[in-house]
Design a protein around this ligand. Structure first.
Ligand SMILES: [Zn+2]
Length: 567
């Protein structure tokens, strides 16, 4: 990348076509992409997707991450629109939270728009102009002409985009695969991609999720069959967990349940929302109505299949609550089965295992994709053979891998180079890629980061509060408060809290606290009269002393605060 940078001179006044991934080029999720037609500083802009990501243990207290829209917000009048490719959270989930900072029209397919409408309503956003695009004719969005091309994926109405600009034609893939028998919508039709290939494709900006996986992603129909075979072997209650937004999977589960004479109930708010949208848009016409949670718990175990949220081990989702025995109505016990019909997103394995351990401790049988001969999960993302086909159809001059961690982006880049694609450019978040004219390359970098969603506010993921929480999590805190009277003499007993360091109910550990108290008295005694009268000196000396004590005694350097009250 450094070499590419050297060859390209940054020039804000150079007319051209630029691509900038503001999120989604270093991690799964948090997708936010920008195309700029014209000059970098004054050109017209089109945003594609605006999704969330899961926060891991590096962000204590944070569940969700958002892309930082500051770059777009700074030139809002140049932003012609935001296009959403499909209704998965990593592509749509941040729109309702960030739209106020963008204030541009939003374009989406019917199902995607229906899901967005529900999310906007929940956030109380009433002013968002959402344009529903239900055709494949070009839609003119400012300086961009955008065609919405249906592709197979695990959520209905998913679209790839063909974006035409003065400087060239882009295929922006979004998420897709070549499932020959999807259960929602049609298989991906090669015709529009071959046609655009004939007209000439400047760049393919595409999904890298499974670029390291050989072969093909498989078919959702096989999952319906695999689940049916799995259910037939089960006796007690069956619970299946998958991504809430995987409507294809909900239909597969419902078909398998029907074939086994079981009725379906849905547990979890996000599932209800997605299923509601799918029914409204006519995607579940062949699927019988589901029974309510209340009804399901009254039925005998072998009569029902529960679809539950929480396939990634999310602590607050239905499955984790059931596993902990904390769900208000649903229980699972010996003889029941939980089917994990989803892959683990890298980083979530520990949380998922935690849920599985809890379930197993209760005697629940667990079936995951790796431990059954039946197909109970396929990916909605293209594997290597499918990506190859897409290259053959579209014949791009440039490939820019997105959607993935560095490992997945490198895997697609290697594949593109193997296919003799002329220019392969691996971005990081914030890379400014000049696609045309001239030699394409990374010409600049814009500041971009992540935002973190707390219960009551949205802050920067680099916010000092999160860094501090992380420190507290690892090394605890010591709070010392003392009243100092005449001649710097300590009045009464100092107040000392050791948070996250000792168990105050344990007599043995209470001795540690006593020892630190003694240390504080000794430190004060050792000070000269002049030093004792200097509040700041005293506080700092005690702070350093307390940290040194904890470091020697416990091996931790806790966050330490000292409050001195002159009396
Ligand atoms: Zn998706």
């Amino acid at each position: 990348m450094a070499a590419q940078k050297k060859n390209q001179k940054k020039d804000d006044n150079a007319e051209g076509l630029y691509f900038i991934p503001l999120g989604g080029a270093e991690q799964f999720g948090v997708n936010l992409n920008v195309y700029i037609e014209g000059t970098l500083s004054e050109g017209r802009r089109l945003a594609v997707d605006c999704g969330i990501g899961f926060a891991d243990e590096r962000f204590p207290g944070i569940d969700l991450l958002l892309p930082d829209p500051a770059f777009l917000e700074a030139a809002r009048d140049q932003l012609d629109g935001l296009v959403i490719t499909h209704a998965h959270e990593d592509h749509i989930g941040a729109v309702a939270l960030l739209w106020k900072r963008l204030r541009c029209p939003v374009y989406a397919s019917p199902f995607t728009a229906a899901v967005l409408a529900k999310k906007l309503e929940e956030q109380g956003e009433r002013d968002v102009p959402v344009h529903v695009v239900d055709h494949t004719d070009p839609v003119h969005i400012g300086a961009f002409s955008v065609q919405f091309i249906p592709v197979a994926h695990s959520v209905p109405d998913t679209r790839a985009l063909i974006i035409e600009t003065e400087h060239g034609r882009i295929v922006h893939s979004g998420d897709w695969n070549l499932d020959p028998h999807p259960v929602t919508g049609q298989p991906t039709d090669p015709a529009p991609f071959k046609a655009v290939g004939d007209r000439g494709v400047l760049a393919y900006i595409g999904d890298s999720t499974n670029a390291g996986v050989s072969g093909r992603s498989g078919s959702e129909r096989a999952v319906a069959e695999g689940l049916e075979a799995t259910f037939k072997a089960c006796r007690g209650r069956i619970a299946v967990t998958s991504f809430s937004s995987n409507i294809g999977r909900v239909i597969s589960i419902a078909k398998a349940a029907q074939a086994c004479g079981r009725q379906v109930a849905v547990i979890g708010r996000s599932l209800h929302r997605m299923i509601g949208c799918a029914r409204e848009c006519g995607y579940m016409k062949d699927v019988p109505d589901f029974i309510s949670e209340e009804e399901a718990v009254k039925r005998s175990p072998e009569e029902i299949v529960l679809i539950v949220t929480g396939s990634q081990g999310e602590a607050r989702a239905a499955l984790a609550k059931i596993a902990r025995g904390e769900h208000p109505s649903v229980t699972l016990s010996k003889g029941d089965t939980v089917v994990f019909s989803a892959r683990a997103i890298p980083g979530n394995e520990r949380d998922i295992n935690h849920v599985k351990n809890n379930l197993m401790a209760g005697g629940v049988h667990i079936i995951s994709p790796g431990d059954t001969p039946h197909i109970i999960h396929v990916s909605g993302h293209p594997c290597r053979e499918e990506i190859l086909e897409m290259y053959q159809w579209t014949r791009p001059q440039i490939v820019v891998p997105v959607h993935g961690e560095r490992v997945q982006l490198e895997a697609q880049a290697a594949l593109a180079r193997d296919c003799q694609i002329q220019d392969v450019l691996i971005p990081v978040n914030g890379s400014v890629i000049r696609l045309a004219p001239g030699t394409p390359g990374i010409v600049d970098h814009v500041e971009t980061g992540l935002l973190a969603v707390e219960t009551k506010r949205v802050i920067e993921a680099s916010h000092a509060a999160i860094a501090e929480r992380r420190k507290l999590q690892y090394s605890g805190a010591v709070h010392i408060a003392l009243a100092v009277g005449e001649h710097g003499r300590i009045v009464g007993d100092p107040k000392l809290d050791m948070v996250g360091l000792i168990d105050t109910d344990s007599a043995g550990e209470e001795q540690i606290r006593e020892a630190l108290l003694n240390e504080i008295f000794e430190l004060v005694e050792d000070m000269t009269l002049e030093e004792r009268e200097d509040e700041h000196f005293m506080a700092e000396t005690l702070r350093i002393g307390a940290r040194r004590f904890c470091s020697h005694t416990l091996g931790f350097k806790p966050k330490t605060s000292v409050h001195i009250l002159k009396v």
